[in-house]
Design a protein around this ligand. Sequence first.
Ligand code: PLP
Length: 374
Amino acid sequence: MSLFDVYPLFDVTPVKADGVFLYDAVGKEYLDFYGGHAVISIGHSHPVYVKALTDQLQKIGFYSNAVQNPIQSKLADRLEQLSGCKDYDLFMCSSGAEANENALKLASFHTNKATVIAFNNSFHGRTSACVAATDNPKIIAPLNAQQQVRFLPLGNLESVEATLKAEPICAIIIECIQGVGGLDESTTDFYKGLETLCNKYSTVLIADEVQSGFGRTGDFFAFQKHGLNPHIISMAKGMGNGFPVGGILINPSIKASYGLLGTTFGGNHLASTATLAVLDVLESEKLMQNVNEMSAYFIDKVKTIPQLKRLKGRGLMLGLEFDFPVASLRKKLLFDHSLFTGSSKNPNLIRILPPLTIQREHIDTFFNALEQEL
Ligand code: PLP
């Protein structure tokens, strides 16, 4: 049987990973400035994570959400403590798309409205409503296109208010730093303005933190820099450090009822254990502090690259924008310097999404390679 051919693959086969490195079968080492698309937060195969998952697997790996799962409850408490998001409820699922799907569905149930506002260049996943709220017509099938979504320019509060006035809107969904779209972000005034408008028009504000959450920007969530209080926060990627975990945090003004949401796999014993281990390491290794320090070091090094047009993003969610397409430069970094980087919708932008454990010496290696190739 062939694999359904939807991914253009690099000819690299990692068989082992450790910290910020990947290794192929002959032991060739690759430095990971991509994190498997912002997924690796505490580093590949972190010993605390491996031990926690291995120990848990020996006891019980899975049972359904129909029984008590104290690991999931412990995780909710730890998440509240470390994220600083007080008084939210947690619902767990298994991916970023599923998190946004549940967030949008909940917003629609709560408001009894159906239309969503999203922003130009957004990416919220590839399933039903969240792909419809993704600004990429190529991945929206006719089935998904039946969802009602209004795409508005990022940063333009007037157009948001005009749309809220004109029709019933259940949710505004936003990435405070756009990931796949190419690292664009707006101002605190804009984000706070969205919050005010959501409260005025009884609309749910959803912060999509699938990529930017769990410490990647140096804050636990990217929206925290703007002092926002979203009604729903969606999470995934760094949450499980590679284990498929997603979830939403829900403001208590949105009421639960039995059967409103549900999932077979979400929050199972292994998934909750993986996320608890991620939180433990984020705290014990002070990784958000490391993100801020390494980000400052990276930003300083960028000054030595005269060819760079613009540096975008925050923390270890960064974009290097040039005035030429970067596809061949990224290939050279991978095949001639064994360095993984990320791409985006913007063909001129290299995305930097390393594990949050990265150190100065790794950043030096990256800049040496980049300077050589430029
Ligand atoms: N939301 C954002 C901001 C993302 O970057 C992504 C994936 O890149 C998703 C949602 C979808 O997540 P997943 O691929 O886990 O479904």
